[in-house]
Each structure stands twice: as structure tokens, then as C-alpha cells.
Design a binder for this molecule. Structure first.
Ligand code: ATP
Ligand code: ZN
Length: 624
């Protein structure tokens, strides 16, 4: 019955190709749940779902595949189990894992017809983009923020890739603003989240991305002072878990440190110096405050309430850390606690300590709800936007399956503007893109046999004809050049090269060829006796380097993206207009499309403050 409806709306051929397809869905969150349901109901034959996370209470309002009883279970596994009920003959495969894991290598990506991204961070999006380019698999990239959404079709050599446009990097704050001279509530929140919490419960050596600790001449002294402070704070860690820990922490961060800052009189010429809090008074006030006060997240707590939540959450965190330490096995690293906006204890701690600090610096206090938004870098997710975006992903993927890339679009959802759904033509690849303009060539190796010598000599020199002067590196790590050939006899595996490793080959001969990325594919056993330990999978032509970049970078690359004024073409949405023919070359577009998935997006009130993408560390992006 369902099949016959599908055939009627999609046609017999397309229905068959979808049934025979094997697709990958990366992310089973807001967009991912909707997308999985759509893929199953549109008749996609085999769907692989991957997500690294477990289900959280806060997901349930929009990630409709999940119910209360699923909390703490794997998103991918539950999504698979629930979606299977929509169509019992769909072949679903789930992985509770990180898509960047080495097991998901280029060969694995090559096994899919299309990949769908339903992710929430730039790092993972970039990784999938690169893997799909290398594996030459079309990628449907999507993202939403509030009422805005975007879908982009990416195909190697034919369209722009995810990285063809400069992504805005997360905003960072000078370390002195955060540690010595906060001017806005957000500075206190960043201090609590990225400095105090890690110092007490985490890896304090980790640099938080939102704190810029470059040693400018004018803040070098302050940084020296701050280091001293940090040392003192480390001593405090010893006291965590004891009765008087809260008192010690308070006396240091809201006492001694503030007195030291008050002494820097130059800083307070133009503004009021920080003032100390009266701990005796706060203690007295907090005695009559119930510990449930922290559940009141919509209203701003009084200072006494903040003090009470500070003391209480510090104890809760200390207790958790102690339990983790007791469970730790001898060969495991020391356990740590890190901020998560959905982790009540860390959020309480950050809210209360940020507010105490805000009071000291005469700044506005914030409710726990507000702190959650600011510290978690969240724009409320809207189920309808996710659902519409997921629908558009499938519609765009149909064009890929019909081999009709010409008709595929960049599609935008917008709340403001004349129409809710707008589209723009796909652009050709940016020739200066450092990701998709690179040449990538898979090299097959037998890990038991292949040495660096085999790679350099057999593959690069003999098969590809490189001259003497080349260098090989994995990221920043040089593994070979003319003056550094010690590792030539080493097995590739012994120098850290494994399945999926990318090795950049730079040509320093004259004339030089463009850089080549070799991606390693391991094979299990030599198929015949004369199999070489390392061979090119396919011959590649490596063009010469142009003398100079043909086009100087334009200012546009630096600017934040402008809101788009895309053409309105709802053919992609309604499917009403259909053109014949399959020409998969993409024409340049006249518009600068909005790149929602990374840029800050003005909301309907024109507030351009927070970006969609949360960096792994949860950077804060608020206008100064
Ligand atoms: N590297 C990764 N590998 C696999 N899954 C990932 C990776 N990075 C992010 N994800 C998943 O992508 C999904 C994105 O979904 P979504 O944007 O709705 O986020 P969420 O965490 O579910 O919701 P929110 O952030 O609003 O609480 C999440 O389920 C997340 O676990
Ligand atoms: Zn690109």
C-alpha cells in the first residue's frame, strides 16, 4: 500500500533507487529524529544512524522518537529501535559512537550513496565534509537555529563544500577581561564556566577557547599574577570534599583575589572598583534558604540565595568527584567534571558563582535559565524548524538520486521576509578552498609489511613520479623529508600511520606540484604473492602549483555573512516544477548565500548575537 503511494508520487525508478540505497545519517538529535522518520517513510532501503550522545530530558520536547523511559540511553540505538516500527522491512543499523572515530574510514564512507549531516558543531561537520569529499559521496548538510534553517547539497568537484566559505570562529575574550576586569554578566559566566569550574574540578591546564591568553605586552604582568592565583587555587583543590571547602573557595576567589584586584588602582580610575561581599551576612541569610531554591530557574536569586546554591552545588560536585575517584581503575586518568548545560550541578555552580562575581563588579545578576542559554550558547530549538529542514533534506536528496544536481538548491527557512522557504542555486567549488581544492589520493597498504620507504619510494617516486625533494607530514608532524629520513625503514603502523590517516605530501622540486593528501587504506592480506606492500588505489594527475594565487582573497572572507536575499524558487519544496535532463554541472550563483550553519543569524528582532554552532568546548558568542 505504502509502496504504491510512493511509486505514484516519486515514480517507479526513483522509488526503486531509494529502496536499493544505503545512506548514512550523522546525528540523531533535533533534525536527525525527524530525518530518520522521513527516510524510513520515503522508502530508503538501508539507513545507518550514528550519534555519540545519550538522551537527555531536555531533548524530549522535540526529539520525538525519544520518551521519558529512554533517558540516559543511546540516541542512535533508541532512534533505530523506534523508527523500525514505522517500517519493519527497512534495514537500520545504529552506532553509539563518534563519527570522527577511525573505524569510520574512507572505505566505510564510500559504501553509502548519500550522507546526511544532522549535527550541532562545526568540528564534526568539517570532518564529515572532508570524508565525503575523499570518498566522493554526496553530502546533504543541514542546520537550524531558532526559526532559521538551511540545507546544502555538497558534491565533490561540482558544488561548494562546507568549508568553501570562511566560518566565523567562536568569539573569544581577552583573559584579563575574564579574570580581572569583567564588564558584562557574560564575562562572569565565562569566568565561572571556563576558569573556576575547571580549576576546581577539571583539567585546569586546558585552555578554554573563549579565553585569549596571548601575552600582549600590556597584560603580561597581569598574566603573571593570574598564574600565581591559579597556583593558590590548585591548593584549594586539596580541600575539596571537606566541610570547610566552600569557605576556603569563597575566601580566595571572592576575597583575596578581589583585594588584590582592588590594589590595581590604575584599573579603577574610570570605573567603580570591585567591592567585597560580606560572608557573615550571606551565611546568615542563607541559613533560612531551602536547598530547593536552585530549582527556581526563571527568577534572579538574591545574593543570599546565590551563596546558598554556591555552597550546596560545590558539595554536590565534590561528592560526585569523590565517587568517581573511588571507582577509578589504576590505569585510568584522574576523573574530572566538566560543564554541561544539562548537568544541573555544574549549571547551579556556574550560575551562583557567576552571580556572586557579578555583584562584586556591580554587574547585573542573571537567572539560572538565562545563564543556561548564555553558557550553553543556545538558541531555543524549534521542533517545526527541525521538521521542515529535515523534509527539505529529503527533497534535495531526491535530486541527487535522480542524478539531477542542476536542480538541487541551497534552501533557507526564514521567519522574517516574504516567504518562509527560499532557495539559491548551488555554487561551484571555491578554487581557493583549502579543503575541497586539495587533491586526495587513497593508497592501499598491508600494515604488516608496508614501511615509510615503500610509501616514499614505491608509491610517491615510482608510481607518481615525484623528484627527490618532497616532505611528508601528518598534520603538523613531519614524518619525512630529505634531511629527516630516519624513519624510512619503519613500518607505517609503528610511526602512527593507520587506516584513515591523511598524509600531506609537499613537493619542493622545481617545478613544484600542488600538495597531495594521501589517505591510507589498510588491507588485510596480500591477495597475490607479487602484491606490493603499498600501492596507489587509482592513478592521479597532479597539477603544477600556480605561481601565485590567481585571485587575492576578498574582504568578504573576513566579514560575517550577510543575510541572504535568495531567489524565491519553491520548486524544490513543492516539487511542482520539474525539468527534464540531467546536467550535473552547477552554475555560479549571483547571490551570496547565507551560510547559516556557521554564521551568526539575526533573529526577527534583528538581534545578532549567538551562533548556531557550538564548538566542542561550548564557546560563548555574544556581541560585545
Ligand atoms: N562527532 C559526533 N559524532 C556523532 N554524533 C554527533 C557528533 N557531534 C554531535 N553529534 C550529535 O548530533 C546531534 C545534534 O542534534 P541537536 O542539534 O538536536 O543537539 P542536541 O544535543 O540533541 O540538542 P541540544 O544541543 O539543543 O540540547 C546530537 O544528538 C549530538 O549528539
Ligand atoms: Zn571547499
Amino acid at each position: 500500500m505504502r509502496d504504491s503511494s510512493l511509486k505514484r508520487s516519486l515514480g517507479v525508478d526513483l522509488t526503486r533507487s531509494l529502496k536499493e540505497s544505503r545512506v548514512l545519517l550523522v546525528g540523531a538529535g533535533g533534525i536527525g529524529c525527524e530525518l530518520l522518520k522521513n527516510l524510513v517513510l520515503t522508502g530508503f532501503g538501508e539507513i545507518h544512524i550514528i550519534d555519540l550522545d545519550t538522551i537527555d530530558l531536555s531533548n524530549l520536547n522535540r526529539q520525538f522518537l525519544f520518551r521519558h523511559e529512554h533517558i540516559k540511553k543511546s540516541k542512535a540505538l533508541v532512534a533505530k529501535e523506534v523508527a523500525q516500527k514505522f517500517r519493519s522491512d527497512a534495514k537500520l543499523e545504529a552506532y553509539h559512537a563518534n563519527i570522527t572515530d577511525a573505524q569510520f574510514d574512507v572505505s566505510w564512507f564510500e559504501s553509502f550513496n548519500v550522507v546526511f549531516n544532522a549535527l550541532d558543531n562545526i568540528a564534526a561537520r568539517r570532518h564529515v565534509n572532508k570524508m565525503c569529499l575523499t570518498a566522493n559521496v554526496p553530502l546533504i548538510e543541514s542546520g537550524t537555529t531558532g526559526f532559521n534553517g538551511q540545507v546544502q547539497v555538497i558534491q565533490k568537484s561540482k558544488t561548494e563544500c562546507y568549508d568553501c566559505n570562511v566560518k566565523e570562529t567562536p568569539k573569544s575574550y581577552p583573559v584579563c577581561t575574564i579574570r580581572s576586569n569583567p564588564k558584562e554578566p557574560i564575562h562572569c559566566i565565562v569566568w565561572a564556566k571556563s576558569y573556576l569550574l575547571p580549576e576546581l574540578f577539571g583539567n585546569s591546564d586546558d585552555e578554554a577557547p573563549e579565553v585569549d591568553s596571548t601575552e600582549h605586552a600590556d597584560n603580561a604582568n597581569e598574566i603573571a599574577d593570574l598564574r600565581k592565583e591559579a597556583l593558590e587555587l590548585k591548593e584549594l583543590r586539596q580541600s575539596i570534599g571537606t566541610e570547610e571547602a566552600y569557605r576556603k573557595v569563597f575566601d580566595k576567589v571572592f576575597g583575596m583575589d578581589i583585594i588584590r584586584l582592588q590594589g590595581m588602582t590604575d584599573m579603577w580610575k574610570e570605573k567603580e572598583p570591585p567591592k567585597l561581599l560580606d560572608i557573615a551576612q550571606l551565611q546568615e541569610e542563607s541559613d533560612s534558604i531551602a536547598s530547593t531554591v536552585s530549582t527556581q530557574d526563571q527568577r534572579v536569586w538574591t545574593l543570599g540565595e546565590n551563596f546558598s546554591v554556591f555552597r550546596d552545588s560545590l558539595n554536590r560536585l565534590a561528592h560526585r568527584l569523590k565517587q568517581l575517584q573511588e571507582k577509578k581503575l589504576p590505569d585510568q586518568d584522574s576523573p574530572i567534571l566538566t560543564f554541561d548545560k544539562d548537568d544541573v550541578d555544574t549549571l547551579d555552580f556556574v550560575t551562583a558563582t557567576a552571580n556572586l562575581r557579578a555583584a562584586i563588579f556591580h554587574l547585573e545578576l542573571k537567572s539560572k535559565f538565562d545563564v543556561k542559554q548564555m553558557a550553553g550558547n543556545i538558541i531555543p530549538a524549534i521542533a517545526t524548524t527541525n521538521a521542515m529542514t529535515a523534509g527539505l533534506c529529503v527533497l534535495q536528496s531526491l535530486k541527487v538520486f535522480q542524478d539531477n544536481l542542476m536542480q538541487a538548491k541551497m534552501v533557507f527557512l526564514e521567519r522574517s521576509g516574504a516567504r518562509a522557504i527560499n532557495s539559491d542555486s548551488l555554487k561551484p567549488p571555491n578554487p581557493d578552498c583549502v579543503v575541497c581544492s586539495r587533491l586526495v589520493s587513497p593508497v592501499e597498504i598491508y600494515p604488516e609489511l608496508a614501511t615509510l620507504e615503500h610509501l616514499v619510494h614505491d608509491v610517491l617516486r615510482t608510481e607518481l613520479g615525484y623528484g627527490r625533494n618532497i616532505s611528508l607530514a601528518i598534520g603538523d608532524r613531519l614524518i619525512y623529508d630529505q634531511d629527516f629520513d630516519d624513519d624510512l625503514p619503519e613500518k607505517l603502523f609503528d610511526i602512527g600511520i593507520k587506516n584513515g590517516s591523511f598524509i600531506t605530501v609537499k613537493d619542493d622540486n622545481e617545478p613544484a606540484r600542488i600538495d597531495l593528501d594521501v589517505v591510507i587504506k589498510t588491507r588485510n592480506e596480500p591477495s597475490s604473492e607479487d602484491s606490493k606492500p603499498a600501492t596507489l588505489q587509482k592513478m592521479v594527475e597532479i597539477p603544477l602549483k600556480p605561481k601565485q594565487s590567481a585571485q587575492p582573497p576578498t574582504d568578504d572572507a573576513q566579514k560575517p555573512e550577510q543575510p541572504a536575499h535568495p531567489s524565491t524558487d519553491d520548486a524544490t519544496v513543492t516539487g511542482k516544477r520539474k525539468r527534464e535532463g540531467s546536467n550535473d554541472e552547477v552554475e555560479p550563483s549571483s547571490h551570496d548565500a547565507k551560510r547559516l550553519a556557521s554564521a551568526s543569524v539575526p533573529d526577527s528582532n534583528g538581534i545578532e548575537a549567538i551562533v548556531l554552532d557550538d564548538d566542542e568546548e561550548g564557546a560563548i558568542m555574544i556581541d560585545d
